[in-house]
Design a protein around this ligand. Structure first.
Ligand code: KG4
Ligand code: ZN
Length: 336
């Protein structure tokens, strides 16, 4: 039996998963509720919560998969990018466990692991992209267009110059008084709203890079003006505000994906990362892909947001390629 334990601790989710002979045996995620009241992730609180969760989360992942620690063949952990204090918890835990069990250690790039979410095998049939394909990776910390040539060869051909797409959702939500993380709440309110009610600027960034700061600033000004002119504006217009914000973010993402498809003769497009859980984005990307003669791949929702199944899956590819980490591998907060 080949059993790989994956550990994720880069931000505000402590997660562990076990792959048994390439198939997911368990996938445990402990989300940290502590940040909601602060309107964003507080790094020090995240580190402390990871310390509390890491042992029970790993234990639960092993139990649910029906394996014991001594059955493990390798341990994969998130090396970065992420919050350094948070990464240290997972890295130290993984290193110590691999050393105690005398098994290989695999250091995984979190953003590349989001792309590997397409290849998570959980026993259910699903289509996977073949190489090469284009991936739009959109999370709370990253926004990238990636040419994926193989599990280990990814070329970033576009990235954000300021905020990430998830950050644009979260900051917009905060302005509306919605708790962190705001992305899923913006999506929920947007379902009831008119996406064309409020005009937000179209970013004028050339090439394949992204910029969300103009949308964010215009949205903040719109809300401030509205409240000044008519107290209770946000409350009354929440659905239209959310729908307009979501629409502006999606328009910008789609414009760059369309360009990348055309520039690079793409026939397969993937989407990954927390924002890929947004159904409106997936639907509009699906329409765009169809118009451009390409096929869209979207991982299951639980594999879009941070999880350890993607870390174990990325780790498996590293193991197969013989890319093992040494026991002095340290986490890195910034990889790009
Ligand atoms: O990948 P992820 O779990 O963590 C990072 O690596 O950053 O992504 C979290 C981000 C947050 O910004 C969250 O608001 C956003 O993904 N998100 C969404 C949705 N679900 C999660 N944004 C828009 N719509 C959603 N349904
Ligand atoms: Zn992530």
């Amino acid at each position: 039996m080949n059993a790989i334990l994956g550990i994720e601790s880069s931000c505000d989710e402590t997660a562990a998963a076990v792959l048994i002979d390439g198939v997911l045996g368990s996938n445990v995620v402990a989300s940290q509720e502590v940040h909601a009241q602060w309107g964003g992730v507080v790094p020090e609180l995240a580190s402390r919560a990871h310390q509390e969760h890491i042992v029970p989360v790993v234990q639960q992942a092993l139990e649910q998969a029906g394996v014991s620690a001594t059955d493990l063949s390798a341990i994969a952990f998130t090396r970065g990018p992420g919050l350094i204090g948070a990464l240290l918890v997972g890295a130290c835990f993984a290193r110590s466990m691999a050393q105690a069990l005398n098994i290989p250690l695999l250091a995984v790039d979190h953003v590349q692991a989001h792309v590997m979410a397409h290849f998570i095998r959980d026993g259910e049939d699903h289509h996977v992209p073949s190489f090469p394909f284009l991936n739009l990776t959109v999370s709370g910390g990253h926004t990238q267009l990636v040419l994926v040539r193989s599990p280990l060869e990814m070329e970033v051909i576009g990235s954000t110059l300021d905020d990430a797409a998830g950050e644009a959702f979260d900051k917009g939500a905060k302005v509306l008084g919605l708790p962190y993380p705001g992305g899923p709440l913006v999506e929920r309110h947007a379902r009831e709203g008119d996406p064309h009610r409020f005009k937000l600027p179209v970013p004028s960034i050339t090439g394949l890079d992204f910029s969300f700061s103009g949308i964010k600033t215009a949205f903040m000004a719109l809300v401030q003006r509205g409240e000044q002119a008519q107290p209770g504006f946000v409350e009354a217009q929440r659905a239209d505000l959310c729908a307009s914000l979501q629409n502006a973010i999606i328009d910008h993402l789609l414009a760059k994906v369309r360009r990348a498809i055309r520039d690079h003769d793409i026939t397969q497009v993937g989407i990954a990362g927390g924002v890929a859980a947004n159904a409106a984005l997936a639907a509009r990307l699906g329409e765009l892909a169809q118009r451009e003669g390409a096929i869209l791949f979207v991982p299951k929702r639980e594999y879009c947001t941070d999880n350890a199944a993607m870390i174990a899956t990325a780790g498996q590819f590293l193991l197969e390629a013989g890319h093992l980490a040494t026991l002095d591998t340290v986490p890195v907060p910034r990889l790009y």
